[in-house]
Design a protein around this ligand. Structure first.
Ligand code: ADP
Ligand code: GLC
Length: 476
């Protein structure tokens, strides 16, 4: 089968969060048995220099696109440049709209930039004559409307990675969708008096998936549908939750080149000790004690990730022996508080502001616990990375976190600490449980359970194959 994915993010080229990791790991696995292509934007600052093959494609435009609209002119000048990555063919969309960007998001005009990109992805699917077209999140959702309206429409799948971001814009900004080359009827986009790309994607795709069964259930009910649960309910029969997988070549303590000491299930205690020592040295805190629990936190500092709950619980439980290492950036107020704690109580708290892939691996390997107090979490990858690294996740009971972490009374099933409701007092109690677990013989069993889990795409990739087949059957 020939599959084309369309996405704004792809690891390591344009990573901002889990979407990049998810797609790179999924496509690498798919490429073992299928022909897999990925369209992504070529920005000025890529995480890695692509291995170009020299092949290029111009975007296809309707034959009768006479009007010299801005969109037609931009697409005429743009092209897809082919590159190789672990058996996957990458198609970098090279356009003046993206070429000078330092980062894929956050710079105005996104509604326009991603509309042009989505058109180009749709056109590429026609050029490559793929069997299935798979778009990810709102950035590429528009390509599904183009697909649906096309006389040569290709079976399509839309994966929702995060409903909190919908690409909704005032109508005065999106009038161009009615013109060449889009020619779209925009009524499926109407939502709360705005033009909503995510909504159109949900209504247009052959099949819709999201990244865990738990999140699927949650999004069918407000407030977790972020206003779109009624649309998802309309498409419920074609809406599936498939848990994400991880790439063991990137995330494994046995082979990780970024950590201070590799380790296995047999050597995890010594391995973690060496990594903790190394991390404390690297962050300039070599005298921090090795025998007290270290809790790692990594993530975008946004509302979703629940950092204010953590801060409150942390302040209320200052008597606990835990040390904290936090890596992330985002909300300025949260950053300020973390900097303040890092400066005033350096023997307890360390904060690194920014994005640092290598430090993220070191934190996973060194930490005893990994905290994810998310208010909602479509899947979450760090709890799975934590399992593999023998780092006990402490998670709120939401979305993909509740599908992957179990605080079972049956020791053989316990794979972490889970708290509910999501407030400072239940998180505080979870931190107390972590203190007890750290010195209990139970910890060895929990680590063994976790390190034996298989979170690879190995079997789960088949669930996507089934979705492609359903989408193909639907079009026949
Ligand atoms: P989300 O996609 O919502 O951000 P996920 O848990 O799915 O959440 O994935 C986040 C990914 O991004 C993980 O691989 C995590 O390690 C990484 N990450 C997040 N923030 C940073 C950061 N500041 N530095 C390095 N990696 C980060
Ligand atoms: C999103 C979600 C996260 C998920 C990731 C990859 O960014 O916030 O929970 O793991 O996408 O699917």
């Amino acid at each position: 089968m020939k599959i084309l994915h369309a996405s704004a993010e792809y690891f390591p080229y344009t990573k901002m969060g889990g979407l990049a990791d998810m797609l790179a790991s999924l496509t690498k696995e798919q490429a073992k048995t299928e022909d897999v292509y990925v369209a992504l934007p070529l920005i000025g600052k890529l995480g890695k220099e692509p291995i170009w093959t020299g092949k290029e494609y111009k975007a296809l435009l309707p034959e009768d696109a006479k009007e010299e609209t801005m969109a037609v002119s931009l697409l005429t000048k743009a092209r897809f440049r082919e590159a190789d990555e672990s058996g996957v063919k990458l198609y970098f969309f090279d356009s003046e709209l993206f070429r000078n960007l330092e980062s894929i998001y956050g710079t105005g005009e996104e509604h326009y930039r991603f509309a042009i990109f989505s058109y180009a992805c749709y056109a590429l699917s026609q050029i490559l004559q793929v069997d299935a077209f798979h778009a990810h999140d709102w950035h590429t959702a528009l390509s599904l409307s183009l697909q649906k309206n096309s006389s040569h429409s290709i079976p399509s799948v839309f994966t929702i990675h995060n409903l909190a971001y919908q690409g909704d814009h005032p109508f005065w900004m999106t009038g161009f969708l009615k013109e060449d080359p889009f020619r779209l009827v925009t009524s499926p986009f109407d939502h709360n008096e705005k033009c909503n790309y995510m909504k159109a994607g949900i209504l247009s795709a052959g099949q819709i998936t999201t990244v865990s069964p738990g999140y699927r259930e949650e999004t069918l009910v407000e407030p977790n549908g972020f206003g779109l649960s009624y649309v998802l309910n309309k498409r419920k029969a074609n809406y599936t939750g498939i848990l994400n997988g991880i790439d063991p070549d990137e995330w494994s303590p046995k082979s990780d080149k970024r950590i201070f000491q590799t380790y296995t299930l047999e050597t995890w205690k010594e391995g973690k000790r060496k990594n903790k020592e190394g991390l404390y040295r690297e962050i300039g805190r070599p005298s921090l004690p090795l025998e007290t629990p270290l809790i790692g936190l990594i993530g975008r500092l946004t509302y979703q990730k629940g950092f204010p709950t953590f801060l409150q619980a942390f302040l209320e439980r200052r008597h606990l022996p835990h040390r904290y290492v936090v890596l992330g950036s985002g909300d300025i107020e949260t950053e300020k508080v973390f900097f303040h704690l890092s400066e005033t109580i350096p023997d307890v708290f360390y904060f690194y502001r920014g994005y640092n892939e290598s430090l993220a691996h070191k934190i996973e390997a060194a930490s005893d616990f990994f905290l994810m107090p998310s208010l909602f979490e479509p899947c979450g990858l760090n709890q799975m990375y934590s399992h593999v690294y023998g780092t006990i996740p402490i998670v709120s009971r939401v979305g993909g976190l509740r599908d992957t972490v179990e605080e079972s009374l049956e020791l053989k099933c316990k794979t972490g600490i889970v708290f509910e409701p999501n407030d400072a007092s239940s998180l505080g109690y979870a931190l107390e449980r972590a203190k007890d677990l750290f010195v209990s013989p139970e910890r060895d069993h929990v680590v063994e359970n976790m390190m034996n889990l298989d979170w690879t795409w190995n079997k789960r990739k088949l669930e996507y194959d089934r979705i492609y087949m359903k989408s193909i059957e639907r079009l026949q």
